[in-house]
Ligand binder design. Structure first.
Ligand SMILES: [Cu+2]
Length: 424
């Protein structure tokens, strides 16, 4: 039997922060914010191996304890409240108080036992996506096991025979439970040290939601017309930046359990796709890219050398996925002369606003009253003004001479390296 106290004290993840007193007072194993750890922290794993832990921006790593050579984890499926960005909190479902659930990290060869407690009002199950395991551990409710009823705890135990970027998610009432945010990373580090050491190892879960402006609960019946797009269940400007030191080798692991594919694009770099949830890609089979398409039900790892300082945009390249709540059934007013029309229409529709004639960017600066609990379509403030972004967007911040991976603020470009206004 695992006590929460035991679990926390034995947890290497908790040791990283030394935050025992903070952790013990809570009813849930608390998030360990790996974003603020020191540069290139090497966390010795207690079985004699070492690896650099992954960073889950806006998320955390799941603590474990040893039990006779078995690494024991505990996931609790439950409703969670998640702030997507300042001004919007959503009634989601997830694990251990979070969506995505805390990242599981283990090492190839480890024997793992994962206890899954169901605190939802309906049954669930948990599937270890891409993990090679005995059939009865595969977690498909009805097919390989009974559903986990509310209040029940099931144990899954298997030996890790691979390494790579895997996921966990329910295999029960799937359409609803994943749409509500039940998903998480399962990272398996290689047994042998990697050929090329990776200094910064991020993982980002993609999800999309339909949350009627003014409400707080995602509508899981929506099949195509989503209005909020998230990295680790946060929408820009709520997404944490990815901070790297000049010269770091960076890996970004991206997972997708949404209904759409997401071509994730990085500015300022050429990267290679080094792995999928099927395993590592041999170097001879890798090719350079600037965008990686991440289809539903897959993961993609990308790697690059952080050799260009700056603030580099990192975002989905589907243009509607880098904005927040909007209606998609609005009339197209681009190029339509609206002079004098606004007043006439307002006689019939008092709230009518003439806009869109020359483009939509005015949305970014307009101070329109928003419904309760939603996010402006385009928002975020940069060093040069409004960013006009939302959704699946964050910034890779590469800096020389940093001693922590805390947010270093905006990039100060060297003189003469910024596009200039031509005045004559
Ligand atoms: Cu997208």
């Amino acid at each position: 039997m695992i006590t929460r106290r035991k679990m926390l004290f034995s947890s290497a993840a908790a040791l990283l922060t030394g935050g025992f007193s903070m952790l013990l007072g809570r009813s849930q194993p608390e998030a360990v914010d790996t974003q603020t750890t020191q540069p290139s922290p090497i966390k010795p794993s207690t079985n004699g191996l070492s690896y650099i832990p992954v960073v889950t921006p806006n998320g955390s790593t799941l603590p474990w304890e040893w039990d006779n050579g078995v690494k024991v984890f505990h996931l609790i499926a439950e409703p969670v409240k998640r702030e997507f960005a300042s001004g919007m909190t959503v009634n989601c479902w997830g694990y251990n108080g979070q969506t995505p659930g805390p990242t599981i990290e283990a090492v190839e060869g480890d024997r793992v036992r994962i206890l899954v407690t169901n605190k939802l009002a309906e049954h669930t199950s948990i599937h270890w996506h891409g993990v090679l395991l005995p059939n009865g551990m595969d977690g498909v409710g009805g097919l390989t096991q009974k559903q986990i009823k509310p209040g029940e705890t099931y144990a899954y135990e298997f030996t890790l025979r691979q390494h790579g970027t895997q996921m966990y998610h329910p295999h029960a009432d799937e359409m609803l439970q994943m749409a509500m945010g039940m998903e998480g990373f399962f990272i398996i580090h290689p047994k042998e040290p990697e050929r090329t050491r990776v200094d910064r190892d991020f993982c980002i879960f993609l999800q999309e939601w339909f949350i009627e402006p003014g409400t707080s609960t995602p509508n899981p019946a929506i099949m195509t017309d989503f209005n909020i797009f998230t990295f680790n269940s946060r929408a820009f400007p709520g997404t944490a930046p990815l901070v790297a030191r000049l010269g770091d080798r960076v890996r970004i692991r991206i997972a997708n359990l949404s209904m759409d594919s997401h071509p994730i694009h990085l500015h300022g770099y050429s990267f290679t796709i080094t792995g999928t949830d099927g395993g590592p890609i041999s170097p001879s089979a890798q090719w350079p890219e600037t965008s990686v398409n991440v289809p539903p039900g897959t993961t993609r790892d990308i790697e690059f050398m952080a050799n260009a300082p700056g603030d580099w945009a990192f975002h989905c390249h589907k243009n509607h996925h880098v904005m927040n709540a909007m209606s998609h059934d609005i009339p197209n007013m681009l190029g339509v002369k609206q002079k004098g029309v606004e007043q006439k229409v307002q006689n019939l529709l008092p709230d009518y606003m003439a806009m869109g004639e020359s483009g939509m960017s005015e949305m970014a600066t307009m101070k329109m009253p928003l419904p309760r609990n939603t996010l402006p379509m385009m928002t975020g403030e940069g060093p040069f003004g409004p960013l006009e972004m939302g959704g699946m967007f964050t910034v890779l911040k590469v800096r020389e001479d940093i001693t922590t991976y805390d947010d270093p603020g905006w990039y100060q470009p060297p003189k003469g390296t910024v596009a200039w206004l031509v005045t004559d």
